[in-house]
Design a protein around this ligand. Structure first.
Ligand code: PAF
Length: 322
């Protein structure tokens, strides 16, 4: 009798459907943006490694709220995954703010080497203590200024310009030093504020300018590349701590695949985006090296402050990466 019962239990266990775990992933931009490209590549990679163990529900275009709210959801365990910008993440791990120092990262190659190397790994490791688990650095590209007031060619063109910045103290300080009137604001409010004229401009990489169709609310685009903008792919500690070693390895591989997809998207839009925005009616100017030098000079004051805040040693280490 005992044997019959055990056999029945075994049959029931084999026949029982294994339930997939749902991952809610929230991000600020549309599914056809670099964020969507990263999220979809992550999902596809995980499916390839783990089959149907996980299902994904995407919440693009700030469908779960602004980046800060989504990150708080991860901390609470009510959201499983996000891709968020370094500007917002600075409020969770302040050291990340160093990446927002204007003109510190020279080009995408330099930025990718810094983030893929020791410095990037050290920063990712700090997120566990902040109640988040960081998997890898994604990318947005170099940020440029858009406005409705006119082309920006010199720091004086920023005088009094109501420019939306991320809620990032490093950026706010830099735009204040350049004479602008920085207005920190969560991304979901930006398009409406531009439409209503509550702000004159904003700054974001081509990946965002193109995918969010900022040409519909902005006339001028100045390619100044004042700062490199990274993102991080993060999961909630509740999800991470419940995974076994094989699942953790699959998540880490999926994050690498997501980074590859995001960087490919950014490379593509960096070469095609300007023409697309011109065709859509934007007036585009690019700062010459001499014009850029004037912006660097105007930022000499904040630079000393950044060195005091983040440590000259860290800033030197970043600059020394070849
Ligand atoms: O400007 C921002 O807030 C960010 O670059 C964005 C658009 C939300 C993407 O992370």
């Amino acid at each position: 009798m005992k044997h019959v019962f055990a056999a029945a239990l075994l049959c029931a266990a084999v026949a029982a459907p294994s339930f997939a775990q749902e991952i809610k992933i929230g991000y600020a931009l549309a599914e056809d943006s670099h964020y969507g490209a990263g999220a979809k590549a992550f999902e596809a990679s995980l499916k390839e490694s783990l089959g149907d163990q996980f299902t994904f529900r995407h919440f693009p275009s700030s469908g779960l709220g602004g980046e800060r709210e989504v990150l708080e959801g991860l901390q609470l365990g009510s959201v499983e995954m996000t891709i968020a910008s370094d500007g917002t993440l600075t409020n969770f791990v302040p050291e990340v703010g160093v990446l927002g120092v204007p003109f510190l990262l020279r080009d995408k190659d330099h930025a990718r080497k810094v983030l893929d190397g020791e410095i990037g790994r050290e920063m990712l490791a700090k997120f566990d203590a902040a109640g988040l688990h960081a998997l890898a650095w994604g990318e947005q590209g170099f940020r440029h200024i858009t406005s409705n007031r006119g082309a920006v060619e010199a720091p004086s063109d920023l005088n009094g310009l109501k420019i939306r910045t991320m809620e990032n103290p490093v950026h706010i300080e830099a735009f204040r030093a350049l004479g602008a009137a920085p207005t920190p604001m969560a991304w979901p409010e930006v398009i409406g504020a531009l439409e209503q004229g509550a702000i004159d401009g904003q700054e974001n990489p081509l990946s965002v300018i193109v995918s969010a169709k900022l040409n519909e609310v902005q006339k001028f685009l100045t390619l100044d590349g004042h700062v490199y903008s990274s993102t991080i792919i993060l999961v909630s500690p509740t999800l991470w701590n419940g995974l076994d070693d094989a699942q953790k390895a699959a998540f880490e591989k999926a994050a690498k695949d997501a980074v590859t997809a995001m960087r490919a998207y950014v490379d593509d839009v960096d070469s095609s985006g300007v023409a697309a925005m011109q065709e859509a009616g934007m007036q585009v100017n690019e700062l010459s090296p001499e014009q850029k030098a004037a912006f660097r000079e105007a930022l000499a004051g904040p630079y000393q402050q950044y060195e005091a805040q983040f440590g000259k040693e860290l800033m030197d280490r970043i600059q020394a990466v070849e």
